[in-house]
Design a protein around this ligand. Structure first.
Ligand code: GLC
Ligand code: CA
Length: 527
């Protein structure tokens, strides 16, 4: 696996909302370039940008109209190339968001494909063979095109599914994955990947990566086959480039050739038990029921997370990285469910577990989830997509446009957190995040690939302790107690000397018993 990933910490940027450099009310690429030193100074040395391509923005840009053209509202292709160059000059890497499963219904391919006369793109999307035919279990649209057929959707109505073929072909109009049309779609996606790699990007976050082949086997054997081909082409062309999948199934995606997979926020999974565990969302309002592991008064223990994460981690650690996130553009902000003290412990844990962590812009200052009407297909995700809060100037430093022209309103609270205020306060969340990430970068045993083992995890007990590293990197013990009471943790071996890092009150060590005060975190050296 590519070397740079071992020390990578990613920062996800929703380009609409990061920094508006030309006062039109919407974030843009030059704005991101201006803030690279801020991101690097935070300890994030890699970026993932949400889609920044030409689009009608019915799904915030996940409905691509032209894959090879930066959306005018974000700037030009040259602006994006300048961002790559500025990032590389700082030893940073940039991943673009590749949306291979569907395009916008306004993409030129789809317009051509929808024509009644047979043409070279007739098979680029999944069309049935009659205006009245259903989608064989997939959502479909009829009555919209002149072509005498219905077509299959991948997500919203505006996102027709590209044709990568079918695992099991049950209807006449379903093609195998090595049919000429399905292979042509694959080539077209590779052409887009190569276009941006040649422009200087360092790889891709891949949207709905598991969705390509329809009627796939339960273990996605056909989709895996398609990705093995595409990731092999990427590695042959750009050996240092990387791919991270939105898949949440590393035993499938890492074996398909992805370097990394995300552990996503799925209701009731291990990640949701760790930091979220909302009881659904009512009318845009997160209903936090206080049961997440990091909630001070929760009774949840770490096994809720480990039972899900650990088997996948162990099965794939030789193949790539299974990555943890503070949140993303699809989740509620982590601050909606955890208060600041709880979040410090959550970040310390997420950033010292294996894998490359992904920090969602604004989480480092504790940006809040906003209750807002939907924007660009965001629905309840909209409240997690508001402008970055830089300082106390107009629009919190996001934009010099009039407030009513902003893409989304900035947090109206008088105490809305900002970067400038937190930079002045050594005890701020921002400076805590910097300290944890500095520890990570300065400690080889905390690298993405350095070994991990559970030291202490007990049903019904709130503390969690884990070991990192080996002889080559040095060995560490990390321990967290998110609860309201002190906890004793029995250790298999004594720690060496004073802690290297702590949050909260200092832990006590007596022989091989570690006492963690309420709401505390500590890292020690091991022999
Ligand atoms: C992914 C994206 C999400 C988008 C959807 C459709 O889940 O993260 O934002 O709406 O795919 O492309
Ligand atoms: Ca702008």
């Amino acid at each position: 696996m590519t070397d740079w990933l071992n020390d990578a910490v990613f920062y996800e940027i929703y380009p609409q909302s990061f920094l508006d450099s030309n006062a039109d009310g919407i974030g843009d690429i030059p704005g991101i370039t201006q803030k690279l030193d801020y991101v690097k100074g935070l300890g994030c040395n890699a970026l993932w940008l949400n889609p920044c391509f030409d689009s009608p923005f019915k799904d915030a840009g996940y409905d691509v109209r032209d894959y090879k053209k930066v959306a005018a509202r974000y700037g030009t292709n040259d602006d994006l190339k300048a961002l790559f160059a500025a990032a590389h000059a700082r030893s940073m890497h940039v991943l673009l968001d590749l949306v291979p499963g569907h395009t916008s219904e306004e993409h030129a391919w789809f317009r051509e494909s929808a024509r009644p006369e047979k043409n070279a793109l007739s098979g680029r999307y999944i069309w049935t063979d009659s205006w009245i035919e259903n989608g064989d279990g997939m959502p479909f649209i009829g009555g919209e095109a002149e072509r005498c057929a219905t077509y299959v959707l991948n997500f919203f109505k505006c996102q027709p599914a590209l044709n990568y073929g079918y695992g099991e072909c049950r209807r006449r109009w379903q093609q195998p994955i090595d049919s000429p049309d399905a292979l042509a779609t694959r080539d077209a996606v590779w052409d887009i990947m190569r276009f941006w790699l040649d422009a200087g990007c360092d790889g891709f976050r891949v949207d709905m990566a598991d969705s390509l082949v329809k009627n796939d086997t339960p273990d996605k054997a056909y989709t895996v086959k398609v990705w093995r081909d595409l990731t092999a082409r990427l590695k042959a062309h750009s050996p240092e480039a990387v791919m991270v999948s939105e898949w949440n199934h590393p035993t499938q995606s890492l074996r398909a050739g992805f370097d990394m997979d995300f552990m996503l926020d799925w209701q009731g999974n291990g990640y949701s038990w760790l930091v979220r565990n909302y009881d659904g969302v009512t009318e845009g309002e997160p209903k936090n029921i206080g049961k997440a592991y990091f909630c001070k008064h929760s009774t949840t223990d770490i096994t809720k997370f480990l039972d899900d994460w650990l088997p996948s981690y162990e099965a794939t650690r030789a193949d790539g990285l299974y990555c943890l996130i503070t949140g993303n553009h699809d989740t509620l902000r982590i601050s909606a469910g955890l208060d600041e003290a709880e979040r410090r412990l959550a970040f310390a844990t997420l950033f010292t577990l294996p894998g490359a962590p992904f920090l969602y812009y604004g989480d480092e200052i504790g940006m809040r989830y906003q209750k807002l009407p939907t924007k660009e297909g965001g629905y309840n995700r909209t409240g997690s997509r508001t402008p970055m809060q830089w300082d106390a100037t107009a629009n919190l430093g996001f934009s010099a446009a009039a407030a009513e022209k902003l893409y989304l309103p900035v947090d109206p609270a008088p105490d809305a957190p900002t970067v400038a205020a937190q930079e002045r306060d050594p005890r701020s969340l921002l400076n805590t995040v910097r300290a944890i990430l500095a520890l990570r970068h300065g400690t080889p045993a905390l690298g993405a690939r350095a070994p991990f083992a559970v030291e202490y995890a007990q049903k019904g007990r709130r503390a969690f302790a884990w070991r990192r590293g080996d002889e080559a990197t040095g060995r560490l013990l990390c321990a967290v107690n998110p609860g309201a009471e002190a906890c004793d943790v029995p250790l298999s071996a004594a720690v060496q000397g004073a802690p290297l890092f702590t949050l909260g009150d200092a832990p006590a060590v007596r022989g091989t018993t570690l006492t963690l005060p309420a709401q505390s975190f500590a890292v020690f050296a091991l022999a």
